[in-house]
Design a protein around this ligand. Structure first.
Ligand code: ZN
Length: 421
């Protein structure tokens, strides 16, 4: 049951991007340079001598700075970016003008592949951020399996851009407060079309995973980078939502350089080198990504034992076109391993029900303090032609929802592979 909009028209994502005009390629590079003034940054290229477009550029994703670093590394070549629909909000004309390709996150967008191939046929660079959201813990997020298939189909060289420091500079869970960190990006050509011909889709996926792997906290330690900002742990409870001491969920808090559990009172101090140290001397995880992955394991166990279920009253804003967020009021959001996500609500005199089954969503688009509507946490449940931005009423639940989505997808995929119908 669809939402009863006054104007049922949706933004058409199924269209080809324009070819980026040369002066815009130049202008974007100039603006990127300006934005980077005062920030220590460096771009290095490997195995890229003589490489000319077309090529596929796959970049990890940590913050907006990624776009600026990519522009420095790709200039003077034209780049078409794949961008989520909320990036088009209020400025669709601008994004269309620079040749961006609009999609809705974690949906099956059949036209996307056509647009990508069109860009490559025109001899340009196609840039994608396959994690499709900013990294929550400074490490590689979920990569869709369809990526290997895409690489196989495109038959062009593959370049991988890996940014370091962008996450530390502007961590997703507290992106409004920047920290002084040197930014370092590498561009590496990993395959030519001949290499790709000899690789299976599985081998391509494994190769991409290893080429795109990163760990910003390791980068920080290895390079002796100190983050002295006194607010450096503020917001960390958005991703570290479960206490490793008493196992309570969603009762972590943070202030200054500390994160603590409101249930058992345990406190951890975030050192200037990015490591954590428990105040009582018994540190469960000194490396933040280890704590984060431990939480994922807890969620996986909960899903596998059949105990996982989520429900909440959420406040919903939808984005059927990119000009206006429609306030749909409150609705009920549930998530479980059998049904996936179900959003039920009432708008303009009619009920609506939106469902995303486990196999329809391999990962989840979450936003910490989403500024475009109001600065709180939300999850975005997208269908092929609409997006529902759901503000949760419960505290610090969206990281867990993302873990659960990925685990439920994985389990259902394994089931389907064992019993194909
Ligand atoms: Zn605790």
């Amino acid at each position: 049951m669809d939402v009863n909009y006054r104007n049922p028209k949706k933004y058409k994502t199924a269209k080809y991007p324009i070819r980026q005009p040369r002066y815009l390629t130049w202008l974007i590079q100039m603006l990127s340079k300006m934005m980077l003034i005062g920030k220590e940054h460096k771009v290095e290229k490997f195995n890229m001598e003589g490489l000319k477009p077309p090529y596929l550029l796959l970049s990890n994703h940590m913050s907006f700075v990624d776009f600026e670093m990519v522009s420095l590394g790709t200039y003077p070549h034209r780049v078409n970016n794949v961008v989520n629909i909320d990036g088009f909000y209020m400025r669709a004309w601008l994004l269309e003008w620079i040749g961006a390709i609009c999609t809705r996150k974690f949906t099956t967008d059949l036209h996307l592949v056509k647009s990508i191939r069109k860009v490559l046929e025109r001899g340009d660079v196609l840039c994608m951020y396959p994690e499709a959201r900013y990294s929550p813990a400074g490490t590689l997020s979920y990569l869709p399996e369809s990526l290997g298939m895409l690489v196989k189909k495109c038959k062009v060289p593959v370049v991988v851009a890996v940014h370091h420091g962008n996450y530390l500079h502007s961590p997703f869970w507290n992106f409004r407060k920047k920290r002084k960190v040197p930014l370092y990006t590498t561009f590496t050509k990993i395959w030519d079309p001949e290499d790709i011909e000899n690789l299976s889709v599985e081998e391509i996926n494994a190769g991409l995973k290893s080429a795109l792997s990163y760990d910003d906290y390791k980068y920080q330690k290895d390079n002796g980078i100190l983050i002295t900002e006194p607010y450096r742990a503020e917001g960390l409870n958005k991703i570290l939502y479960q206490c490793p001491n008493c196992k309570t969920e969603h009762k972590m808090s943070s202030s200054g350089a500390e994160i603590f559990c409101e249930e058992c009172g345990k406190r951890w101090y975030m050192n200037e080198d990015g490591s954590l140290a428990a105040k009582d001397g018994n540190t469960e995880f000194s490396h933040i990504p280890d704590w984060f992955e431990w939480e994922r394991e807890q969620v996986r166990a909960e899903v596998e034992s059949g105990n996982y279920h989520f429900e909440d009253d959420v406040e919903v804003y939808s984005l059927p076109r990119c000009y206006k967020y429609h306030p749909l009021g409150f609705a009920k959001l549930t998530h479980d391993p059998e049904q996936g996500f179900i959003l039920t609500g009432h708008y303009r005199g009619k009920d609506y029900r939106i469902q995303r089954t486990p196999l329809q969503t391999n990962s989840l688009h979450v936003e910490y303090d989403f500024l475009r509507i109001k600065p709180f946490d939300l999850v975005d449940i997208s269908t092929e032609n609409d997006s529902f931005y759901c503000y949760t009423s419960k505290k610090d639940v969206i990281t867990k929802l993302a873990f659960a989505t990925e685990e439920i997808y994985r389990i259902n995929l394994e089931k389907k592979r064992k019993n194909p119908q």
